[in-house]
Write a protein that binds this ligand. Structure first.
Ligand SMILES: NC(=O)c1ccc[n+]([C@@H]2O[C@H](COP(=O)([O-])OP(=O)(O)OC[C@H]3O[C@@H](n4cnc5c(N)ncnc54)[C@H](O)[C@@H]3O)[C@@H](O)[C@H]2O)c1
Length: 306
């Protein structure tokens, strides 16, 4: 058993990671300021601190709790918001991450596992995107996540702090808000459950790689022991168009007619990952097929609406 500090543990992905860590017998400390998270998501068996990751008092928590591992999932996750307010995005995602890295260094944390994103790649030059793909983010969010990767690598080179960087594709599942990168799924589900028409921007043939949140949580747990100082893509390797996603949802919820609107500026057209490195080194493979993941998610949102 070890002590793992999870930032963003009241959020969508962080809370799934916390649940899995606890069920594997670890002691878990959660740091989250609830700016986008929710106390209902925080597992009662964890020790919770309401604190901003940019707060210099964070070092006190590290002194008290002495975590061996840090899973850093807290972030400003909204791409559009990052474009409207790049200062706030950089403050949370870059300065907040440096604060965490400094706490790790001072308190002798062994390893940090960082939630990064497909947004660091920008417009794909080829598909499936592998970890060697050029990094050319097209949003400030993508830049702030990329810069943090660079800080993590330099903390490793200068101070020996081990790391694993996990770049997620579009994550979906229970407890997801609608503002993040995988936000299209909760958005469609909410509309369809309420009998409203979902909106598709563009003609719907744009593709994404949708990965279920429990698979992402499992990748984080594997990274505690494997994949030191490596970067991994965490996705399914399967390309799903928005039209096909809607068909899958309709087959569970019932038919609906979508509203088509003009394509959003800056939207990437086609995207899916090459996940051979994660499978080879981490020994990680996605376990959830889209249909099963969607069924779980729909069930959860149905209860929420009821
Ligand atoms: N959801 C996706 O599809 C996706 C894809 C790629 C990468 N990611 C990354 O995964 C991580 C988790 O994302 P998520 O979708 O669970 O988002 P989320 O918003 O549900 O979770 C983030 C959590 O961080 C907390 N937080 C935000 N700013 C904070 C601050 N300044 N101090 C303390 N806590 C703060 C929020 O309250 C929230 O609980 C993020 O780092 C995100 O960049 C998510």
């Amino acid at each position: 058993m070890c002590t793992v500090l999870v930032t963003g543990g009241a959020g969508f992905i962080g809370s799934a990671v916390v649940d899995l860590l606890l069920s594997n017998g670890h002691k878990v400390v959660v740091v989250d300021n609830l700016s986008n998270g929710n106390m209902d998501n925080v597992n009662k068996a964890s020790t919770y601190y309401n604190m901003d990751i940019t707060d210099l008092k964070l070092s006190k928590i590290f002194e008290i709790e002495r975590p061996q591992y840090v899973i850093h999932a807290a972030a400003q996750i909204n791409v559009e918001k990052s474009i409207q307010d790049p200062i706030s995005d950089a403050n949370i995602n870059i300065m907040g991450s440096i604060n965490i890295l400094e706490c790790c260094r001072r308190s002798g944390v062994q390893k940090i596992i960082y939630s990064s994103t497909a947004a660091v790649y920008g417009n794909p030059l080829y598909l499936g995107i592998d970890e060697m793909h050029e990094l050319n983010p097209i949003s400030f969010y993508g830049i702030s996540k990329y810069i943090t990767e660079r800080y993590i690598k330099l903390f490793n080179a200068l101070y020996g702090l081990k790391y694993t960087i996990l770049r997620y594709s579009n994550v979906y599942g229970i407890r997801q808000g609608i503002s993040g990168e995988g936000g299209v799924i909760p958005c469609f589900i909410m509309h369809m459950l309420k009998g409203e028409e979902p909106t598709i921007y563009g003609n719907g043939d744009q593709t994404r790689d949708f990965i279920y949140v429990d698979d992402v949580a499992r990748a984080n747990i594997l990274a505690l022991e494997k994949g030191d100082n490596e970067i991994f893509n965490i996705g399914t390797g399967i390309e799903v168009s928005i039209n096909d996603l809607l068909k899958s949802l309709s087959s569970i919820i019932g038919d609906c007619i979508p509203l088509y609107k003009k394509e959003k500026k800056g939207d990437i057209r086609y995207c899916y990952f090459d996940i051979r490195k994660s499978s080879g080194i981490l020994g990680w493979e996605p376990e959830y097929m889209l249909k099963e993941g969607l069924e779980n998610t729909i069930q959860w949102y149905s209860k929420l609406l009821a």
